[in-house]
Design a binder for this molecule. Sequence first.
Ligand SMILES: [Zn+2]
Length: 180
Amino acid sequence: MMGMVDEELIVLALTVITKDLELARRIVEAAKDGVIEEGEIQESLKLSVTNLRVMLYQMQDSNLVVQLGAKEDDNGNYLSFWRINKDVARSFLIRKLKKTKSELIKRKEEDLSGEYYVCAADPSHARLSFDEIIRGMESGSPTCPVCGAMLEPVNREEVISSIDSMIRLIDEAMNVLEEG
Ligand SMILES: [Zn+2]
């Protein structure tokens, strides 16, 4: 498998932060020589000042961008400049994948060692352990805390095989990233 180019890596890393691939792509495209001017990008991407700033600080926390400084323009507007730090995108992504993998392993161990119940209408609503069900039964028959539907036991084999395939995918992605 071919390695990924820096451009793709930084887009992917910013997607992890923004949860929006298209937005991440446009931020990277809009940065001239890797430098973002906050006001320019806010205007061209039609983002609110607050949302953009929150995203920039989140990116800064992971060193994906570095604030270069700020200055006032002729009209007294505050302009801040940020450099996109492509060099850390690879290690950032590897770190995120490792974290996700260890969460999946923990989840798998939980599913192997205990019995879990999910909402029968939508498993993303609730996931309760057998103990939690028993405790909840004191106040009537246990139902989904979100929609009130019945709870049903987790299909353990199905869950574990889906966790295993996610872990395989993460391992493959990490191999590609670590090859450089
Ligand atoms: Zn539900």
